[in-house]
Write a protein that binds this ligand. Structure first.
Ligand code: SF4
Length: 159
């Protein structure tokens, strides 16, 4: 079962969206320089549909997107929840995965956005020009458009 540590309303993780980001625990990776080592533990509250509805009831105003942060130990459960978010709740659904590529059995059409790639300290995160990570916008047919460059535009100083 997916479990989560906490959640937050964020504005930069998915460009042009107001996002409820839910931090999932039980991360199977051990990236050197990990920014969230507590998310490697198998702890937290069950991330069920009911739990998500309860969060949305309290904090859902203005939200356009729900991003599942992690969950790489259970990608099929992530896609099931994301599909429900997208098709039943009608929020845009996003996934921040640390995998090198979209795991086998995962259908991108359950998502509107997918971020792929482990955290590599020397390359930096999505806001770094040298990042190894990619953020994709998923088309209706499951096609992937790389929109990582939008993060660099966010970083540019106002002129
Ligand atoms: S994927 Fe994220 S939480 Fe997991 S080890 Fe890497 S940096 Fe840490």
């Amino acid at each position: 079962m997916l479990k989560y540590h906490n959640f937050d309303i964020v504005f930069q993780e998915i460009p042009d969206e107001t996002t409820l980001a839910v931090n999932i625990t039980g991360c199977p990776y051990r990236c050197p320089g990990c920014h969230s080592p507590h998310l490697r533990e198998d702890t937290g509250e069950p991330l069920t549909q009911e739990a998500l509805l309860s969060i949305l009831e309290r904090y859902g105003a203005g939200i356009t997107c729900i991003c599942l942060m992690g969950g790489d130990a259970r990608p099929l459960e992530v896609q099931e929840l994301a599909g429900w978010i997208k098709n039943s709740l009608e929020y845009r659904s996003a996934w921040y995965s640390g995998a090198e590529e979209i795991p086998e059995g995962v259908d991108p059409r359950n998502f509107d956005y997918i971020k792929i790639g482990p955290y590599v300290e020397a390359a930096g995160g999505l806001k770094s020009a040298t990042t190894n990570q990619r953020l994709y916008r998923v088309g209706e047919d499951g096609s992937l458009t790389d929109i990582t460059a939008k993060f660099l535009k966010q970083n540019k100083p106002m002129q």
